[in-house]
Design a protein around this ligand. Structure first.
Ligand SMILES: [Mg+2]
Length: 261
């Protein structure tokens, strides 16, 4: 019996360029070549809307066995929504408000090259916090990133939060250019693995697998076989290797002569 395999992909930097739509050639490869051999699934940190912007809305749920937005807090199997939890259920309103109030106060006292809007984006399983505000332009985004590399605004912010709320079981993760994510410990991408059942092997492909990166925990998880990729093209290369390997193993199995009793 050949082993049942699912390939699970991070989105940004793994099957798409960061924040860009998937290229037609990559999509064709996943749907026509990879899907012939394995089931395929995606897990992104962003919300479903952003994943749909990148992977398209047309027949999206037919293309991927599982779609996980917000690390799997929002989950679909064969297009059907799976049960979900929220950060407010987990933290409770009082604690959550203390936390958000501190964040807004802290931001109000920061002097930065510029500030725009949307400092706290509240999602199902996480908060995304941006000292400069999420609705800045692409150019401003890059400017802030440069400023932050020099002044470590996000790192200092996280240190201040850890100091103020030492007892909250929260994880902080710097990703992208202008913000960081806050979520309950364990609600990283490994969260989505609880939904995946019935496979002998889960192959995970991600680009931010180093410590502190948002693919680190799932890449290291005992439940997955991790593949570190540098860009969508590298993902294709590594998938070709995996497909060849699986085919080779299958042929070996077939060539074992049946034993007569
Ligand atoms: Mg990524």
């Amino acid at each position: 019996m050949s082993r049942k395999i699912i390939c699970l992909f991070d989105v940004d930097g793994t099957i798409t360029k960061p924040r860009q739509p998937i290229s037609p050639s990559i999509e064709k490869f996943l749907l026509e070549t990879v899907r012939k051999e394995f089931d395929i699934a995606v897990v992104g940190g962003s919300d479903l809307n952003k994943i749909q912007e990148q992977l398209g809305t047309e027949n999206l749920f037919e293309k991927y066995k599982y779609i996980f937005a917000e690390n799997g807090l929002i989950a679909f199997k064969d297009g059907k929504a799976l049960p979900s939890q929220s950060i407010q259920d987990m933290m409770g309103e009082d604690v959550l408000q203390d936390f958000i109030n501190f964040v807004l106060r802290y931001i109000s006292e920061l002097n930065l090259p510029f500030k725009r809007g949307t400092f706290v984006e509240f999602r199902t399983g996480m908060m995304n916090i941006s000292p400069t505000g999420r609705n800045c332009s692409k150019k401003e985004r890059e400017q802030f990133y440069e400023y932050d590399s020099e002044h470590h605004v996000r790192e200092k912010f996280i240190q201040a939060l850890k100091k103020e709320f030492p007892d909250l079981a929260l994880t902080y993760s710097i990703g992208g250019q202008i913000s960081f994510d806050v979520f309950p410990i364990g609600w990283d991408k490994t969260y989505c693995l609880r939904h995946i059942q019935g496979y002998d092997e889960i192959h995970f492909f991600g680009d931010k697998t180093a410590e502190g990166g948002n693919d680190h925990e799932i890449y290291e998880s005992d439940l997955t076989i991790g593949h570190r990729v540098t860009c969508p093209k590298d993902t294709v290369n590594q998938l070709n290797v995996l497909i060849a390997l699986v085919k080779e193993n299958r042929e070996k199995e077939l060539s074992v002569p049946l034993q007569c009793v």
